[in-house]
Design a protein around this ligand. Sequence first.
Ligand code: SF4
Length: 208
Amino acid sequence: MTGSDETVVPISAIEHHEYCPRQCALILVDGLWEENPHTIAGGRAHRRVDSGASRRERGRLVLRAIPLWSESLGLSGRADTVELEPDGRVTPVEHKSGVRHGRTADLQLCAEALCLEEMLKVEISEGYIWYGAWRRRWPVAIDEELRRSTLAAIAAIRSLLVGDVLPAAPADERCRTCQLEPHCLPDVVTAPGRITSYVEEEVLGCVT
Ligand code: SF4
């Protein structure tokens, strides 16, 4: 990798980017963060997983909170759980506190698998996502299509990180559950003339 390609993409950014590219840029480029009930629940679930000790389970070794990286893809992150089978199979397991929403978590899981393949010199054909609200795990095939989609997401996030353009606000139903809505102001930035009136009413009005 050379030049801007060297920019390291955090695996966690995939979830934000799939939800809303603007949210991803606000978090990664502008350093904004705000908790809401969804992020607090997710954080609690991950703390529970991270605090568990690695152990042997039904013959396989279950490792927790494993640091991940890929030199070739410029990726870094952490796997919630990695299972090592006696026959050499390596299986990443991503933990989510809620239920399945689309395939965002699949891309995150695939990025973890790509790192593990490079780190451990193995091939990974399957991983799992544990959904806390369902108390069951969901199998995900790490196939060619998912790999292509994951690499495309990583490239799009890297473009955001090295570019200087904040993506437009979609201003749709996603904003209702977005923790950055108070910073993003989607209704303001998408309505003609609303920025001017917002500045006059909310900003200048407070200083006069
Ligand atoms: S408030 Fe809406 S447009 Fe803004 S970052 Fe969140 S989801 Fe994206």
